[in-house]
Design a protein around this ligand. Structure first.
Ligand SMILES: [Zn+2]
Length: 343
């Protein structure tokens, strides 16, 4: 059974703190070239059933960049189908100009802000789960550690007995090492027993990118000790900004092929030898994203939301965001589950 927790979501967060505006144009150009490369290989896309529940019944949701998204009739997961084959996905990430641009420009310029505004709250959330669910001085493995900001913060926190990053992309693995983080430069399916005992396995903003989330969860169950915690974060396809903006939402993009919701992600994880402890949506940006779209003329708001998100933004914007977050309605989803004991 999944509990939608009512929890504090910390301080307000502003999008402009995270991606300096003067760097956006270069990033957008790099991303456009990535998309064009993906579109050119459209013949390698494959049809899939729902990545959460396996049901093939669906109805069209929206299209973005010429890619089609459907809503599962059974569980409400929004997913791209047809989608790039696993081989095409691997090529896409390996050759991504967008990631290279991020690594070279945006990340160095915004890392201090990201560390304090994003990764420190993540660390507090993970530490809170460990305390609540009785995991003391755990070993922590982060899958898809990227540039290693979170892993470095976790390693220096003293909360964990050991922190290991798993990051297959060479440039990013190097960035993890530069931050003093022990890194295993492999894909998760290539890992044998080199991680040792894993008490907590975390994967932030990873599962929405995967062709086959089921295989990923099987690997997570294999690597995590019985009784250990799995912590995932990803977009919530039923959250406010995706519900309001549809294809215009930032979380809807060519890489996010799975947009789960709290119930569908819990169902998927629960089917892979995990007991789901909590699914919650501690997002801080939905109201701001929708407000900005309205101010830019991209969407029209009804008078009530116009009042909340524009007319009385200073008074109502943050309480409204807190309401979304506390009630499973934000587009930023977290799930924590316990690995079942061995039979
Ligand atoms: Zn489904």
């Amino acid at each position: 059974m999944t509990a939608i927790a009512t929890s504090a979501i910390g301080a307000p967060l502003s999008e402009c703190e995270l991606c300096p505006a003067d760097l956006l144009a270069g990033q957008e150009a790099a991303f456009a070239r990535d998309i064009a490369r993906l579109q050119a290989r459209r013949s390698e896309f494959v049809e899939v059933a729902c990545p959460a529940c396996g049901d093939a019944r669906r109805h069209p949701a929206f299209a973005k960049f010429g890619f089609d998204f459907a809503t599962c009739a059974e569980c409400g997961t929004i997913y791209m189908t047809p989608r790039p084959s696993p081989a095409l996905m691997a090529d896409y990430y390996a050759a991504s100009e967008n990631y290279a641009y991020w690594a070279k420009h945006i990340f160095p310029a915004s890392e201090p802000a990201r560390r304090e505004k994003i990764h420190r709250p993540w660390l507090e959330r993970v530490a809170g789960y460990c305390a609540r669910f009785g995991i003391d001085r755990p070993t922590l493995v982060e899958i898809g550690a990227g540039f290693g900001t979170f892993a470095a913060l976790a390693a220096s926190s003293g909360i964990f007995a050991r922190v290991t990053a798993v990051e297959p992309t060479p440039e990013m693995a190097a960035a993890c090492r530069e931050r003093g983080v022990a890194v295993i430069e492999k894909r998760i399916e290539e890992i044998g027993d080199e991680l040792g005992t894993v008490d907590v396995l975390a994967a932030f903003e990873v599962i929405e990118h995967l062709f086959a989330p089921r295989l990923f969860l099987e690997q997570c169950a294999r690597l995590l000790r019985p009784g250990g915690l799995l912590v995932l974060s990803c977009p919530n396809g039923q959250g406010f900004d995706i519900a309001m903006l549809g294809a215009k939402a930032l979380a809807v993009d060519a890489e996010h092929v799975n947009l789960f919701n709290p119930a569908s992600l819990a169902r998927l994880v629960g089917a892979h030898n995990f007991a789901v402890l909590e699914a919650t949506t501690p997002g801080r940006l939905d109201a701001e994203f929708v407000r900005e779209a309205a101010l830019a003329g991209d969407i029209a708001l009804d008078p009530f939301l116009q009042r909340v998100l524009v007319g009385e933004w200073e008074r109502l914007g943050w309480p409204f965001q807190q309401f979304l977050a506390a009630n499973g309605l934000s587009s930023h989803l977290w799930l924590v589950a316990r690995r079942a004991e061995a039979p």
